[in-house]
Design a binder for this molecule. Sequence first.
Ligand SMILES: Cc1cc2nc3c(=O)[nH]c(=O)nc-3n(C[C@H](O)[C@H](O)[C@H](O)COP(=O)(O)OP(=O)(O)OC[C@H]3O[C@@H](n4cnc5c(N)ncnc54)[C@H](O)[C@@H]3O)c2cc1C
Ligand code: FES
Length: 345
Amino acid sequence: MNDVRQVTARFSDGVALDIAVRDGQPVLTAALEAGINLLHQCRAGSCSTCISQRVDGEFEMESTTSIALMPSEIREGKLLTCLTHAKSDGVLDFAYESKWLDRERARKYTTTVLDVVRTCDTVTSLQIEVDPGEDEPTFVSGMYFLLRVPGTDHWRAYSAATGPTELPAMTFLVRHVPDGVMTEFVSTACAPGDSIEIEGPFGEFFLRDTDAALIMVAGGTGLAPILSILDSIREKRRNRNRILLCFGVTRYDDLFYLDELELRRHLMPQLEVRIGVAIADERWDGPVGMVTDLLKDGDGSDKHVAYVCGPPPMVEAALDRLVAAGVPREAVHYERFAPSSSAAS
Ligand SMILES: Cc1cc2nc3c(=O)[nH]c(=O)nc-3n(C[C@H](O)[C@H](O)[C@H](O)COP(=O)(O)OP(=O)(O)OC[C@H]3O[C@@H](n4cnc5c(N)ncnc54)[C@H](O)[C@@H]3O)c2cc1C
Ligand code: FES
């Protein structure tokens, strides 16, 4: 039997599109076959780019060991469409406008390393330039790219810390993880002039049109897309309302880009920056604790929109904290820096 279910995909601008999903076929595959280019990347459950919210109907997600969903998202009925099968007709909500279906497809670009800077004990800033003669990628601040570790078939996801106005140059902030393939490359081998292949853009972590006051929460290199978004706000003078940025790291030696933050604080009068260190020593006289501790009573309300980025447990804690502070759940946008599924590939 080859049952077909009708799944309605609803977008944040009110557009609704019907997708015929065959038995045994993931919703994302059916959508792509129908020319509905839902945001996606890995198609394997590890990047969470294809996330949707179940509204109606019965759906089942394939189980995998590396599902990039947080426990709270599973409870709320979030689904990764690349792994989701429709067991009845149903409705799924997507938290972006339908115009993103018409985006240019992600593609590969060759780039050359301009600069490699160890910004602190555990973070390297990698500046590359798209090679002359290549088209430049069309992306918006907040999106991410896959970078290939030169000489290997390993691809790793990194959010651009710079925006499209800086093209052909792009900067990525690479956190060092023990035994990491990219970590090893950027910290021991990478040098100006090296060629690096990138693919993108991907992701749904970008600024929605809003005049709301913003709260941004960044853990470690989660600062990268947040910086890019802040710069796009400044360049386009898009939002003059208050912006609160909370930036946290684990140890004093993990602190980086304080000068970049100071510069933005100087350029953007509406920006307040709070920085915290979880495990501090005598060199740090600022706030001590988790990045979520930087959020105080009264910071959030139902009028705020929030952007959160960092390791999955930090994102989950920030979501809870923001919702408890009164920020509507659907007004909290986030990107999780999940380990690549492939630490194998
Ligand atoms: C959408 C997206 C955007 C991302 N953007 C960024 C970014 O801008 N900057 C950034 O630093 N990272 C980012 N990440 C995370 C980054 O892709 C991984 O941390 C990266 O794959 C590590 O690469 P590696 O080759 O050094 O380590 P791997 O070879 O991939 O891993 C080595 C070992 O470390 C573990 N590991 C890998 N990553 C992590 C981690 N984050 N935390 C704990 N353990 C880990 C692996 O399980 C493995 O055991 C992003 C991830 C996603 C999904
Ligand atoms: S495309 Fe579904 S999790 Fe990556």
